[in-house]
Ligand binder design. Structure first.
Ligand code: KG4
Ligand code: ZN
Length: 348
């Protein structure tokens, strides 16, 4: 891509789901990246949209204030404001959008509307050190989050083509729903990961996504685990507690294997051997290891994001904003949030 970002300082806001985040970037360097989580959803076993919007409203001003303070900059230093325009929960997006627009209007600075899934991918262009390597375009990215599972091809003009995607649950959703079946609190993904480290991935054989081509399906796995657990718990009420590590390792294996296999297939089909992973599920240690091993085995270049840029964060919105601004893609005050928003390129 040959990106040479200027040293412009921008503020970035992320509020698409249940994390309120603000970041300050100078060019492709992150000066601060603050995230306020929302514990209020835990008792409901999932994100409650109305509660999320209210928590964003309460959090946004303090989060921006600490992000500016951490970065050692004042409002006068901010040259533009980037924000998540979608996809996500409409009420949550509205809070970040309204904040960003008010700021842009009051300060007379440009607005940079960002696509959340593109930002997960573009997080790979953040440079935490001058010598850090970033992917060369074109590259393929497996974007795995709570709402999306996609293999995308990224071109130098920042266009994204979806090569494969899930036909039902997203990978993160599969982790969370199966974790719920095992009685784990929301979001179950990180906890399954922690238990899986101590378990045997071959202990239980669950079906893996078997669709043709580069698409995925995780609902069969979820149903299979449900029936398996119903039967096992009938015979032994303490089954889950006694086997939680092996169960988690086996479930994680059944989710991770098809993800990495499809990436290998996509690389073979396209001839593109620069590969990346992104999104909340890219924090999963099983996925990170299996993906890294693929790169070593095939001698392909793999990019795995630092943990702080995997799950939702405003730094990724900031780097996406910088790249959009450099490409002249500035938004306007009449832009509205988009709850369901497809990637810029068409599906191949
Ligand atoms: O990207 P993200 O923070 O939010 C969305 O855009 O959806 O992704 C959240 C998802 C959740 O489903 C969460 O369970 C999953 O990422 N996740 C993980 C791990 N960390 C977060 N899944 C498996 N292993 C992890 N370590
Ligand atoms: Zn996300």
């Amino acid at each position: 891509m040959g990106i040479q970002l200027s040293d412009r300082i921008i503020l970035a806001i992320e509020s698409s789901c249940d994390d309120t985040s603000a970041a300050v970037l100078r060019g492709d360097r992150v000066l601060s990246n603050r995230i306020a989580g929302q514990a209020v959803h835990k008792q409901f076993g999932g994100v409650v949209p109305e509660l999320a919007s209210r928590a964003h409203q309460a959090n946004i001003v303090p989060v921006v204030e600490v992000a500016l303070k951490d970065a050692g900059v004042g409002m006068d230093d901010i040259a533009a404001v980037a924000y998540t325009r979608g996809p996500g929960l409409l009420g949550s997006l509205l809070v970040g959008t309204s904040f960003a627009k008010s700021l842009a209007l009051a300060r007379g600075i440009p607005l940079l509307p960002v696509h959340h899934m593109e930002a997960h991918v573009l997080a790979h262009f953040i440079k935490d050190s001058p010598e850090q390597k970033v992917p060369e375009t074109p590259f393929l990215c497996l974007t795995v989050s709570g709402g999306h599972t996609q293999i995308v091809q990224v071109e130098s003009d920042l266009s994204f083509t979806v090569l494969g995607e899930t036909s039902d649950d997203a990978a993160g959703e599969a982790f969370d729903k199966i974790g719920k079946l095992m009685g784990l609190p929301y979001p179950a993904g990180p906890m399954i990961d922690a238990h899986a480290k101590k378990g045997d991935p071959q202990a239980f054989r669950f079906p893996q996504s078997k669709s043709d081509g580069l698409d995925f399906s995780f609902s069969g796995l979820k149903t299979s685990v449900l029936y398996f657990l119903q039967k096992a718990v009938k015979e032994d009420p303490s089954f889950v507690a006694n086997h939680v590590e092996d169960l988690c390792a086996s479930v994680q294996h059944a989710i991770v294997q098809p993800l990495v296999q499809r990436m290998e297939k996509a690389a073979d089909q396209t001839g593109i051997t620069t590969l990346a992973i992104a999104g909340g599920v890219s924090a999963n240690s099983g996925l990170r290891e299996t993906f890294r091993a693929l790169g070593v085995r095939r001698q392909w270049q793999t990019f795995i994001p630092p943990m702080q840029y995997c799950t939702d964060n405003a730094a990724m919105i900031g780097i996406a904003g910088q790249l959009l601004w450099q490409a002249g893609k500035v938004g306007s005050l009449s832009d509205v949030p988009v709850a369901r928003w497809h990637l810029s390129g068409s599906r191949r």
